[in-house]
Design a protein around this ligand. Structure first.
Ligand SMILES: [Zn+2]
Length: 573
């Protein structure tokens, strides 16, 4: 799935990054840029910078960076397409339908139509098995309606829907087998749970059998509009019910649990689609909640599942609370038996998941020093997963208390350098400063000026590998008449570029900087090839060849002089 580069250009031109981010972060002007507390890691001194002029943000603490689109993706947990749409809507920009691959819109509408039909069918269904199932699982008409639950039974003909779509779209939906030119619906005779995107579109289905046969659930496969790793069931609704000082989201294991929680007033509740929680899930949860409460069965399997999810949260510097239900219960059965007050009461027993784990480990090794030492090493590794240094300290303190180990010696075993590493990765070499300044200045100059600037140098002129790559793409984009700020989203150079654009500039005027640094780059390049030619000359035995090389060197020297003259002119301005 792809939105055309020109649509993205329009969005980036019109979305003011300063206004956008100011809605979420308090920013203060500092020099040419704005500065505030990073929304992506916790900090006390602001290291999050925004450049209005260049349309980018960068955090020197955690390395988060990008443009308006990346900000919306990171902040709201949207994918690229949804972030573009969010901005388009906000700023009243039309993304032309034709510019998105047409089948993607058709995929959405195919899912929508199937969902609507299936819901209508379940509400009208005379099928005894369906009625029994709904009764047994206590799915009321209201809940069916709210959650877009459906059913496509044997007698239902999907032909009226399918005839509107190309074969390509039907196959890409992954919902059908094709046999002898006709399609059969993979989830027929199953209760259908509609899976929604964050913006509320139907993007997939999960189908449950009516009896106990296997497989119990069949899900849509991964498609252009659906990825199981990123989807939390009901998040599109739950995110609207997290208000309050501490935004809270419950995470449960199944669809029925989510639905029952909703019915009993816990609307801020989500679940995965039968998978373990992924790092993507944890990142999305962190965006929408200040507190996550995992609800698990109190049996051995439930406790293990809770512990298994610890690492994905630690990697996001976000530790959930966990609440175990009585053995053999899930939220669905618990609420039906005991009601919502019982759950509110039980919630008083929730525990910080990492603390719980530390205590469990401590208990396991009792007075065995060998075990203690081994587990301490394991725990240190877990603490090292956390990026946020304050959070690291908090848990180290906890471990030192529980294990009666000196805090400072414990701290030595933990890697505090992650955040620093991100900074060092792109630390600039003094030698190449003219290249950095040149590239950086390009991003605030008008297009006609750019075209004039780039007409006589190519990527070979650059020494720094990243600058080579960026420059090559800049030229490519300009020739295609695409706004170069799109490059901030580039998977290869995007991070480096947005960081570069926010480094302190050595010059106030971007055109002056571009010109000055371009001449420096040209001179460096000419010096380099002059040296190469001179080496070649030294090796050459052939007089004719020597003459040729000498004349080439002469040309290079003349060019170099020309650039040195121009450089002097600019410098004297
Ligand atoms: Zn940060």
């Amino acid at each position: 799935m792809k939105i055309s580069e020109s649509s993205i250009s329009t969005i980036l031109e019109q979305a003011n990054i300063l206004d956008l981010i100011s809605e979420y972060v308090e920013l203060k002007k500092t020099g040419k840029n704005y500065r505030g507390l990073c929304p992506f890691h916790s900090e006390k001194t602001p290291s999050f910078y925004v450049s209005e002029e260049k349309g980018v943000f960068h955090c020197f603490g955690c390395g988060a960076s990008g443009n308006a689109i990346s900000f919306v993706m990171k902040y709201h947990g949207y994918d690229f397409i949804d972030a573009v749409k969010f901005l388009a809507e906000k700023y009243g920009i039309n993304i032309e339908m034709g510019e998105i691959k047409p089948y993607v819109n058709e995929l959405y509408s195919l899912h929508e139509e199937i969902g609507v039909l299936a819901k209508k069918e379940i509400l009208l269904s005379k099928d005894k098995r369906v009625k029994e199932f709904l009764q047994k699982r206590k799915l009321s008409l209201d809940l069916i309606d709210e959650f877009d639950i459906g059913f496509i039974g044997d007698g239902i003909n999907l032909e009226t829907v399918l005839k509107k779509y190309d074969r390509d779209v039907i196959i890409k939906s992954g919902l059908f087998y094709e046999r002898y030119g006709s399609y059969s619906f993979k989830l027929r005779n199953r209760i259908l749970f509609s899976i929604h995107s964050l913006t509320g579109k139907t993007i997939a289905f999960s189908g449950r059998v009516l009896d106990d046969s296997l497989p119990k659930y069949i899900n849509s496969p991964e498609t252009d509009i659906f990825s199981k790793r990123k989807i939390l069931y009901n998040l599109n609704r739950a995110k609207n019910y997290t208000e309050g000082e501490v935004r809270k989201i419950y995470v449960v294991e199944g669809y029925f649990d989510v639905i029952r929680m909703w019915e009993y007033g816990f609307r801020n509740c989500v679940s995965t689609m039968g998978t373990s929680l992924t790092e993507e899930h944890a990142a999305i949860l962190k965006r929408y909640a200040d507190e996550v409460v995992l609800l698990f069965d109190g049996d051995e399997a439930g406790r293990k599942a809770a512990i298994r999810s610890l690492d994905v949260f630690l990697k996001n510097s976000f530790v959930p609370n966990v609440l175990f239900l009585p053995k053999g219960e899930d939220p669905d059965t618990f609420l039906l038996k005991n009601g919502s007050d019982a759950l509110i009461n039980l919630e008083k027993n929730k525990k910080d998941l990492f603390k719980l784990f530390i205590n469990k480990v401590a208990k396991r090794c009792k007075d065995n020093y060998n075990l203690k030492s081994k587990y301490l090493a394991d725990l240190s590794k877990k603490v090292s997963l956390i990026r946020d240094n304050y959070l690291k300290e908090i848990y180290l303190k906890e471990i030192s208390d529980i294990f009666h180990i000196d805090y400072d010696s414990l701290k030595k075993g933990v890697d505090f350098s992650l955040a620093k590493k991100i900074l060092n990765r792109s630390e600039r070499k003094v030698k190449y400063i003219c290249e950095y300044d040149f590239i950086s200045s390009l991003f605030s100059l008008p297009e006609d000026v750019l075209l004039e600037l780039i007409n006589d140098i190519n990527e070979d002129y650059f020494f720094d590998e990243n600058m080579k790559k960026i420059y090559k793409k800049v030229v490519e984009f300009l020739n295609k008449n695409v706004n170069i700020s799109v490059l901030v989203n580039d998977p290869e150079v995007g991070d480096f570029l947005s960081e570069l654009l926010l480094k302190e500039q050595n010059y106030e005027d971007d055109y002056y900087s571009a010109l000055l640094n371009k001449y420096k780059i040209c001179i460096n390049y000419l010096k380099k090839i002059k040296k190469e030619k001179q080496q070649l000359l030294g090796k050459s035995k052939d007089n004719h060849e020597k003459m040729k090389i000498l004349s080439e060197i002469n040309d290079i020297i003349n060019k170099q002089k020309e650039y040195e003259k121009r450089l002097l002119e600019v410098q004297s301005l």
